[in-house]
Ligand binder design. Structure first.
Ligand code: COA
Length: 190
């Protein structure tokens, strides 16, 4: 794993109370606690259930490898409260500098429906567009995940179409609604 010192230290305010920073190894207990709620894994791909220390180690390896591949700038952002506790995340994948990336996110259940993710995704996307000169950010959402689709719409993403059977999860094909944001239509405030 690349050394942690190779990652950039970043703090992006999203509201007076919440901010985005890089992931930290000390986030382990908080991440495991939030991901003990199966609903988060059920609505996403790539999050194991159950999720424990071994899974967190793997996540941190991916975090470090992706940052390493992009000059030390993290592609994974922790959402933190005013006490600096990890409460959720916004992550980028399939990053092609000067072109495009995919965004994903989840938030610990006690914090849902307070518009935190909308603010976090808006700020993270603005950062990503400027940092990597992106023209497009896409986000496939499980069909039926109304809250997630709503987050994207509030950030200026537009629905582009239904991708039938796009995901295979737990032996089941899942349709995904594809949303995308074009850089010129990012609309603050989020
Ligand atoms: C999706 C998720 C990140 C949303 O986080 P959040 O901080 O609660 O989102 P926000 O409060 O910013 O916005 C949620 C919006 O969805 C709406 N919403 C929530 N549940 C809803 C439902 N069942 N039906 C309709 N709308 C719903 C809220 O009213 C709000 O819209 P509004 O501001 O217009 O009222 C969170 O629910 C989560 O972590 N889910 C599990 C993981 C996941 O689905 N990740 C996304 C994978 S693509």
């Amino acid at each position: 794993m690349p050394p942690a010192s190779q990652t950039t230290h970043i703090r992006l305010p999203i509201t007076p109370e919440f901010s985005l920073t890089e992931f930290l190894r000390t986030d382990e207990a908080a991440v495991i606690e939030h991901l003990a709620d199966k609903e988060i894994s059920d609505r996403t791909t790539g999050i194991a259930f159950p999720y424990g220390p071994e899974e967190f180690y793997r996540t941190m390896r991916t975090v470090a490898e992706r940052a390493w591949g992009h000059g030390g700038c993290p592609l994974h952002f922790a959402i933190r409260n005013s006490d600096h506790f990890f409460i959720g995340c916004v992550t980028f994948s399939d990053l092609v500098e000067n072109h495009s990336a995919e965004v994903a996110y989840w938030l610990g259940k006690p914090f849902w429906n307070r518009k935190i993710t909308t603010a976090a995704v808006g700020v993270a996307c603005q950062f990503a567009i400027e940092r990597w000169n992106l023209a497009r950010i896409s986000a496939p959402v499980f069909d039926g995940n109304v809250a997630s689709a709503r987050v994207l719409e509030k950030c200026g993403f537009e629905f582009e179409g239904l991708m039938r059977g796009h995901y295979l999860k737990d032996g089941r094909f899942i349709d995904a609604r594809l949303y995308a944001l074009l850089a010129e239509v990012l609309i603050p405030p989020f």
